[in-house]
Design a protein around this ligand. Structure first.
Ligand SMILES: [Zn+2]
Ligand SMILES: [Zn+2]
Length: 268
């Protein structure tokens, strides 16, 4: 299984020279297993635009699995290349969360939000709501776990031949009824990608925003015996120097820590 980051920033894309090293696009992660022909995209943030740009050759399925519906995780969707390339097979899988209208995707494309209405797309995607259970998506077996986030969000565990990937964004620690099953859910994963939006100091002023800090995430990675940790959903404007310092501090809690970086790929 090969994983590549296309967007690693939380909330809004914010390109500043001081932060460009780790990348400024919002969440999008590509997961593939070429030996099995399995393929999956996690989240449709602005990073999805750069990923779409790589699609070439024979048309193929491009399943996209959303963690939730906030703009930073969906704003690349109107620019998803396969929607405009007949022959390709865009598929969208979205969490069955409370109060999500059945026509949520039409709203994204509805004028005046976007010039091409959903019904007018050259290649409309299939849209499937998924429950918090186990699914086969894109040739991968995917387990699902609810998170603590305004409006809700799902974490995913993607089961691989030689290890599993856990994708845990956006989540605020503090509710044992959610955190304890989440710890069980992530136990022994080969790699954990987790929401470290805040520093511990910042989190004190942002309770209820639905995000974690790097220390909580590093402690969580240690407790669930993850193989390695990628801090993710970096706060907009967080500079490369600050992120490097955060990684250094997080490694004192969990040594196998890196910050997710746009363009970075790793294998499980
Ligand atoms: Zn987010
Ligand atoms: Zn969110």
């Amino acid at each position: 299984m090969r994983i590549r980051f296309w967007g690693v920033r939380g909330s809004v894309p914010w390109a500043t020279p001081a932060a460009i090293g780790f990348g400024c696009n919002t969440p999008c992660v590509e997961v593939r297993d070429d030996r099995r022909g399995s393929y999956l995209i996690l989240d449709g943030g602005s990073g999805l635009v750069g990923l779409s740009d790589t699609f070439a050759g024979e048309p193929r399925p491009t399943p996209l699995l959303l963690s939730h519906y906030h703009w930073d995780h969906t704003q690349g969707l109107p620019f998803f290349g396969p929607l405009f390339s007949p022959g390709w097979t865009p598929e969208v899988f979205a969490p069955a969360l409370a109060d999500v209208p059945a026509d949520w995707i039409e709203t994204l494309f509805q004028p005046p939000n976007f010039p091409v209405p959903f019904a007018g797309l050259p290649n409309r995607p299939t849209v499937t709501f998924i429950e918090a259970s186990r699914h086969e998506i894109g040739g991968f077996s995917v387990s699902v776990q609810p998170l603590t986030h305004p409006g809700g969000a799902f974490a995913y565990r993607i089961h691989g031949r030689t290890g599993d990937l856990c994708y845990v964004t956006d989540h605020e620690f503090g509710n044992p009824a959610v955190d304890e099953p989440l710890l069980e859910f992530c136990k022994g994963c080969a790699a954990l990608i987790s929401d470290a939006h805040f520093t511990p100091d910042e989190l004190v002023r942002h309770r209820g925003w639905g995000h974690g800090d790097w220390r909580q995430v590093a402690e969580f990675a240690s407790q669930c015996h993850a193989g390695r940790l990628f801090l993710f959903h970096h706060k907009p404007g967080r500079t490369d120097i600050e992120l490097t310092q955060i990684v250094g501090a997080a490694r004192r809690v969990f040594p196998s820590t890196d910050a997710a970086c746009e363009g970075l790929a790793f294998d499980i």
